[in-house]
Design a protein around this ligand. Sequence first.
Ligand code: NAD
Length: 249
Amino acid sequence: MSCKDKLAVVTGGMGGIGTAICHRLAQEGAKVIATCHPSETDQVDAWVKSQIDNNAQVSVVAGDVSTPEGGATLMREIVEKYGPVDILVNCAGITRDTTMKKMTAEQWDAVIDTNLSSAFYVTQPIWNGMIERGFGRVINISSVNGQRGQFGQVNYSAAKAGMHGFTMALAYEGAAKGVTINTVSPGYIETAMTAAMRDDVRDAIIGGIPMRRMGQPEEIAHAVAFLADDASTYVTGANLPVNGGLFIH
Ligand code: NAD
């Protein structure tokens, strides 16, 4: 695989899955920019050092992707400093889980803005450039729970399902111009998010996964690297499940 000399941007790039994606795309030859939330800037130096120790040269730019101004400013800063973006991975995401009965409008909006609207806010500023240059790879990180729904996640499941709707519609616009856009839908992946689960909840989840284990962030990064590859020219509008068989349809 190769992403040699491409500029790749990974939103939520300092998170569990984002870190693995940054590392893998750097290994494939891309120049990688991770974006982080402004509240994470105190962790940037340590994170960049850990990446260098891991043989990956990655830069970080901070910005809030959940607002139109935040997304536009972030992408403008990146393009001005590093040049045109060839590969964009929309990976930033949050959960605010609770039942329908208890969910507040704030919990709904936070998840829709961060997990779904962000894809629009971040992709739009660089979309025309990809079309004009005749090359682009946009990869949206959705979730198995956007495909099948999940108890206590009407906000998250709606946002993640919407993300693939965004992928499918935009794929038509990029198809004749060398720009592909695809979704990766992870199942349960071992990150800080899932490590925080109670042991009994975690065991029950693993018991329901046909492969009897959670996935590793590197397994998501592998799917992203495939879709980002220079040679992945004929795959667009797809939703690639990476879930250990948790949801087969
Ligand atoms: P994570 O919490 O480790 O990483 C998410 C990152 O997004 C964080 O670094 C966070 O700061 C950033 N972020 C959140 N809100 C932001 C905002 N408004 N602006 C900018 N950055 C923001 O989570 P993760 O487990 O690495 O998940 C990464 C993606 O994969 C998410 O979209 C998540 O929904 C999805 N996913 C995760 C799992 C899993 O099991 N971990 C499963 C399916 C899908």
